[in-house]
Design a protein around this ligand. Structure first.
Ligand SMILES: O=C(O)CCC(=O)C(=O)O
Length: 279
């Protein structure tokens, strides 16, 4: 399936485009089954201890900041009881798996490198593409957390600011179970902030524009299983908490060009053992 000229025009105008039925249902199910297997094999003990020590903030920050070239598991914020134990099963507690699934896991790797995706990225005009981030998002029933309004370029900064987020719905996404929301045309508002590594090994926001997002302009992107939403890195988008009884699984892939300068101050860095690769 190739993107049409009209869809490309929508992408340029709105900062996002919705491509229904981009992925067939069986391929969605294959990814879901693989994520289930990864979670089944994941031993949460070591990670749970990170959230229950006095050093919780530093350790959980390191766990996240060093995950750019690994497959790591992150919990929903509401997953824990006050005593540090899980409120429900680990299968129902994981928020996401990231951030190098597309390179390190064979099932996610082959999904991420199909001719359809390769052609699509070429059609978007991304030359010498590099696959930066592959992430599985669960948006669990009842406890799936809100993702506040943001631009992906805040976290994955390049010069020029060109990054495409490919968001694959592996289940129907509705307002009830926490679909994406976006501000049509919001990619023209400029980058509001940049999340940078500081000298102490932590992170800080450099704020260029402190005004609040015009959230009244957000529109819900309710989509069916198999839909691909392409998001410009400068597009403000968010998702609400999932308080419904249905999960809302998605897989995301972020693509940059080797011709852009990738900031050394970005949180996501690759070790020399696993340099960024294309298709
Ligand atoms: O899937 C979601 O709920 C939000 C994902 C998102 O905003 C992102 O990955 O940038």
């Amino acid at each position: 399936m190739r993107i049409t000229q009209q869809q490309l025009e929508h992408y340029r105008r709105d900062g996002f485009v919705v491509l229904r039925d981009f992925v067939d249902s069986a391929a969605c199910d294959t990814l879901r089954a693989r994520a289930e297997e990864l979670v089944h094999d994941f031993d949460p003990e070591g990670i749970i201890s990170i959230f229950s020590t006095r050093e919780q903030n530093r350790l959980s920050d390191d766990y996240f900041l060093n995950s750019g070239d690994k497959v790591r598991f992150f919990f929903e914020e509401d997953a824990f009881l006050p005593d540090g134990t899980l409120r429900q099963s680990k299968e129902q507690s994981i928020n996401k798996i990231g951030h190098a699934l597309h390179d390190l896991d064979p099932v996610f790797s082959s999904f991420s490198k199909t001719p359809e995706i390769t052609h699509l990225v070429a059609d978007l005009g991304i030359e010498r593409p590099l696959l930066l981030q592959g992430m599985y998002i669960f948006k669990q029933p009842k406890i799936g957390g809100e993702v506040t309004c943001h631009q992906d370029s805040t976290f994955l900064y390049t010069e020029p600011q060109e990054i495409a987020g490919l968001w694959f719905a592996l289940e129907d996404a509705t307002i009830e179970n926490g679909c994406l929301w976006a501000i049509p045309g919001g990619h023209t508002l400029g980058l509001k902030s940049q999340w940078k590594r500081n000298a102490e090994g932590g992170m800080r926001f450099d704020v260029f524009d402190p005004s609040p997002w015009p959230e009244e302009k957000l529109v819900p992107l309710e989509v069916s299983k198999g839909t691909l939403i392409i998001l410009n890195g400068l597009l403000p988008h968010k998702s609400l908490a999932n308080r419904s009884t249905r999960s809302r699984h998605a897989y995301t892939l972020h693509v940059i060009s080797a011709d852009c300068r990738y900031s050394e101050e970005n949180w996501l860095q690759r070790s020399s053992q696993l340099p960024l690769r294309g298709f």
